[in-house]
Design a protein around this ligand. Sequence first.
Ligand SMILES: NC(=O)c1ccc[n+]([C@@H]2O[C@H](COP(=O)([O-])OP(=O)(O)OC[C@H]3O[C@@H](n4cnc5c(N)ncnc54)[C@H](OP(=O)(O)O)[C@@H]3O)[C@@H](O)[C@H]2O)c1
Length: 299
Amino acid sequence: MAGEMQAPVTVVGLGAMGTALAEAFIRSGIATTVWNRTPQKAAGVVEKGAVHRTTVQEAVAASPLVVTCLTTYEVTREVLEPAGEFLAGRTLVTLNSGTPPGAREMAAWAARAGARFLDGAVMSVPDSVGTPDTLVFFSGDTATFEEHRATLGALGGGTVHLGAEPDFTALYDSALGGILLPTLLGFLQGVALVTSRGVPAGDLVPYAAAWLEKIGAILPELAREVDSGEYADPASSVGIFHDGVASLVRDGEAEQGVGVDVSWLAPVQDLLRKAVADGHRDHSIAVLAEYLRKPGRST
Ligand SMILES: NC(=O)c1ccc[n+]([C@@H]2O[C@H](COP(=O)([O-])OP(=O)(O)OC[C@H]3O[C@@H](n4cnc5c(N)ncnc54)[C@H](OP(=O)(O)O)[C@@H]3O)[C@@H](O)[C@H]2O)c1
């Protein structure tokens, strides 16, 4: 069996994601202990082979590797506080969403408890945990990651160690998470536009999906421009977006204009205006990264 030689693991937190993590460990043949604030939620994984402990202290003490999947770093510390002394000498892996400062605070807390620490994030939904394509980020001490690589690999075929900085998972998680909402809003604005003319939203989907693929294809060029600081030979200029947004906002405000509220674009329009005023009209849209990055600040 794949996990015969692997050390036992404890999963703290059996919400949707924690349950999926515990099930993936069990499927890999890894001895799995679980704890959850609401103990009834353990029934399903116990049926599949997990051992349930009623106190977090007993759960932590059961395994050299403790994986938490609670809502936030704050909740994680609150839950683990009573088990602090049992964490010494073990490896703690947090798998909640959060920001880099939160991850650094968590790492410092783990160090004070005498635990080795990795932060992680599942870049997918619970149903896909443990499948070959699922991307799972980890960051923190490289030797600690290597020691547990095989066990953590049970969570997804796309397990990636982002480096020794413990907050790099939260950095990448925040960076990728930030793409989602504006992208979905852009799609939903398109849906609002077509449905305002009686076109079903579904009619837009094949074109929107193909469009998103094309957008994906230009990302390497935008990244090259940001990395080199060379914006003078653009495929997509600030001016094109500036004028496009201006006409959409104007038509959105006009009584006989498009039937959608585009007021969510106001801060985007401000950003484009600022870039044009600074002489970037003919430069690549990638220059906006410089406006979004606060000078002299790191995350
Ligand atoms: N679900 C997803 O699609 C998904 C995808 C990627 C990342 N994530 C991240 O994974 C983490 C967990 O998400 P989830 O979907 O599993 O959330 P969830 O289903 O809402 O579960 C939350 C878990 O946290 C526990 N909890 C919350 N507050 C607590 C407290 N004060 N004391 C003790 N336990 C507490 C809950 O315990 P009870 O059962 O007792 O309430 C439960 O075990 C989040 O950071 C989320 O952003 C989730």
